[in-house]
Design a protein around this ligand. Structure first.
Ligand code: RIB
Ligand code: CA
Length: 327
C-alpha cells in the first residue's frame, strides 16, 4: 500500500486533491500518513486550517497535520486571494482552529518508518521540501518517490508569461529541489494540468455522487469562486484542477506519459522569476506530457462514490474505517 504525505496550499484545486486522497484512504488504497501545508494560495497556517476542515468534512479527523514554513526561502510571500478567495476556499470559510507546526517531524517520522512505499506529493510552492533538505539533509536523500505540481516546461506560464504560480512564489525552493533531487521528480506542469478541467455540469455530478458526505454541502460555493476567476481570465466558466490530476498521477490511478529531462529554474526576481527550462546535465525530472483526463474525471467520480458509501453507512467499506468517521 502506498503511504502518502501531501504538502499542499488549499486552495481550491488542492481541496479536490484532498477529497480524492481521503477516499483512497477510506477504501484502503493508500495510507494518508500526513498532511502539511506550504504558504502559497494563502498563508501556511490558513492552509492548515483549511486542510483540517476539508479532511474533517471527509470523515478524517485524526490524520497528522501541520502548517509548514511561513514563507518562501528568500523572497517575500505573495498569496493569491483573487484566485482562491480571501481564506483560500472560495466563498467558504473554514472554522478557526489550532494547528501544529511540527511539519518536518512528521516527514522525518514517516521516512524513518521506511521509504520504499512512501510517496511525497507537493501541490504548492516547494518551500517546505527545500527547507527540509536544509534542516534534515540525511532524511531528504532517502526520499524515493516525489511528485510535484508546478512549472511550465516549453509552455506559457499562468503567473507571468513564462512562470507557473508554484514555481513563481518560491523560485529558489524550486531551483534547489531540482538541483539536489534525491530521485527524479515526477513533474505535473501546466502543459498537462491545464488539460484537467472541471465545468459546472461535471461539478454537479461530483456533488450528486458525494451524496451524504458533508463536504458536498460546501463544494459548489468553493468552486463557484474558481469558476468566476477562470471566467474573468477569459478561460470560460470552468476550473483548471491542476492538483487533482497531480495526486492521481502520484497514485498511478490515471494513465500518463512522461519524459526525462534535466530542468532548471530561474531563481531571480524580475521577468524570468520562477521560469522553468530544460538545461543540460543529469535527469532530475520526469515531466508528465499527457494524461488521460477523461479517465481521471471518471476516477474522481468513483472516489466520490466511496465517500457516499462511507457516510451512507454501506457495509461495503471496512467497518473499522467506517468507525473512524465517528471518532
Ligand atoms: O499553478 C497552479 C498551482 O498554483 C496549483 O497548485 C494551484 O493550487 C496553485 O497553488
Ligand atoms: Ca496548490
Amino acid at each position: 500500500m502506498k503511504r502518502i504525505i501531501i504538502d499542499c496550499d488549499p486552495g481550491i484545486d488542492d481541496t479536490l486533491a484532498l477529497i480524492y486522497l481521503a477516499a483512497a484512504h477510506h477504501e484502503g488504497a493508500i495510507e494518508l500518513e500526513a498532511v502539511t501545508t506550504t504558504a502559497g494560495n494563502v498563508g501556511a497556517q490558513q492552509c492548515a486550517v483549511n486542510a483540517a476542515w476539508v479532511l474533517s468534512e471527509c470523515g478524517l479527523r485524526t490524520i497528522p497535520l501541520a502548517a509548514g514554513m511561513p514563507g518562501p526561502l528568500e523572497v517575500e510571500l505573495t498569496t493569491t486571494p483573487e484566485t482562491h478567495g480571501d481564506t483560500g476556499l472560495g466563498y467558504v470559510s473554514a472554522p478557526a482552529r489550532h494547528v501544529e507546526t511540527d511539519w518536518d517531524a512528521l516527514w522525518c517520522d514517516a521516512i524513518d518508518r521506511g521509504t520504499d512505499d512512501l510517496h511525497l506529493i507537493v501541490t504548492g510552492p516547494m518551500t517546505n521540501l527545500a527547507a527540509f533538505r536544509r534542516l534534515h539533509p540525511r532524511h531528504f536523500t532517502q526520499l524515493k518517490h516525489i511528485t510535484v505540481m508546478g512549472g511550465a516546461v516549453d509552455y506559457p506560464g499562468n503567473t507571468t508569461e513564462t512562470a507557473e504560480w508554484n514555481f513563481w512564489v518560491d523560485p529558489h525552493a524550486a531551483r534547489e529541489v531540482l538541483a539536489h533531487a534525491p530521485t527524479p521528480v515526477t513533474l505535473c506542469s501546466l502543459g498537462v494540468t491545464e488539460t484537467m478541467v472541471l465545468d459546472p455540469e461535471a461539478l454537479a455530478r461530483v456533488v450528486d455522487t458525494l451524496g451524504p458526505a458533508p463536504i458536498a454541502r460546501s463544494l459548489s460555493e468553493i468552486l463557484r469562486f474558481y469558476f468566476e476567476f477562470h471566467d474573468d481570465e477569459g478561460l470560460g466558466y470552468l476550473a483548471q484542477v491542476h492538483d487533482l490530476l497531480t495526486v492521481q498521477v502520484a497514485l498511478g490511478t490515471t494513465l500518463f506519459d512522461a519524459q526525462p529531462h534535466a530542468l532548471d529554474v530561474h531563481a531571480v526576481t524580475g521577468e524570468l522569476r520562477g521560469t522553468s527550462f530544460v538545461a543540460g546535465g543529469k535527469t532530475n525530472a520526469r515531466v508528465v506530457s499527457r494524461a488521460d483526463t477523461g479517465a481521471a474525471h471518471a476516477e474522481f467520480l468513483r472516489a466520490c462514490g466511496v465517500h457516499a458509501k462511507f457516510f451512507g453507512g454501506s457495509g461495503e467499506l471496512d467497518a473499522a474505517r467506517h468507525a473512524r468517521a465517528e471518532d
